[in-house]
Design a protein around this ligand. Structure first.
Ligand code: GTP
Ligand code: ZN
Length: 203
């Protein structure tokens, strides 16, 4: 049976975050700077929308990604090999142009004592991605967080992303991808382990 308006909350719009006047004015200034008129009808609600959208793009500032690694498991049937989550899509924004960074990450670790629910690795990634970033820092933050809180034998993070500041402006080079990686523990010190994790990631 399809829902009807009598189902109550289902049809209620979510409460909208209030947007301070100075934030709206900043967006209006930017619209004027871009060459348009912030008072034309189609743009009247845009400052509020943009401000609220930015709260979503930057939602990571409101969280400590390490909290996602606090629930760990110790009993995994004696499993002591690499755990890998690959092709994790993410979105971020570059701190230089506030332009979208769209990419995918592969996150691997070699557990010592603690393992974590795999969704939590993606949550750590999003917690750091949903901020103003450079790709190098994002890569390092994800790896460091896992290294510190899971105390594994090794961590590997590889991120591939397209930077809109390069594809849609500036050097205008669509299709170009940036790759960054951070290896810790024996993925860094042992050539064979490093090759193994990169092969599992598809590199
Ligand atoms: N290393 C690194 N550079 C980035 C990242 N995101 C954007 N950039 C680069 O940051 C640089 C900023 O350079 P600037 O010369 O200050 O800015 P710009 O004049 O807008 O540079 P162009 O993009 O070349 O037009 C550019 O080369 C961008 O491509 C990132 O995640 N890591
Ligand atoms: Zn940029």
């Amino acid at each position: 049976m399809s829902p009807t308006p009598d189902d109550g909350d289902l049809f209620e719009a979510p409460a909208k975050l209030p947007v301070p006047d100075d934030v709206q004015e900043a967006v209006r200034t930017l619209i004027r700077w871009a060459g348009d008129d912030p008072d034309r009808e189609g743009l009247l609600e845009t400052p509020k929308r943009v401000a609220r959208a930015w709260k979503e793009y930057a939602v990571g500032y409101g969280e400590d990604p390490a909290v996602h690694l606090s629930r760990t498991f110790h009993e995994v049937g004696g499993y002591d090999e690499i755990v890998l989550l690959r092709d994790i899509p993410f979105q971020s924004h570059c701190e230089h142009h506030l332009a979208p960074i769209i990419g995918k990450a592969a996150i691997a670790y070699l557990p010592s004592d603690k393992v974590v629910g795999i969704s939590k690795l993606a949550r750590v990634l999003h917690g750091y991605a949903r901020r103003l970033q450079v790709q190098e820092r994002l890569t390092a933050q994800v790896a460091d967080c896992i290294w510190e809180h899971l105390e594994p034998k090794a961590v590997a993070v590889v991120i591939e992303a397209s930077h809109s500041c390069m594809t849609a402006r500036g050097v205008n080079t669509p299709g170009v991808m940036m790759t960054t990686s951070r290896m810790m523990g024996i993925f860094r010190s042992d050539e064979r382990s490093r090759r193994e994790v990169l092969a599992l990631m598809g590199y």
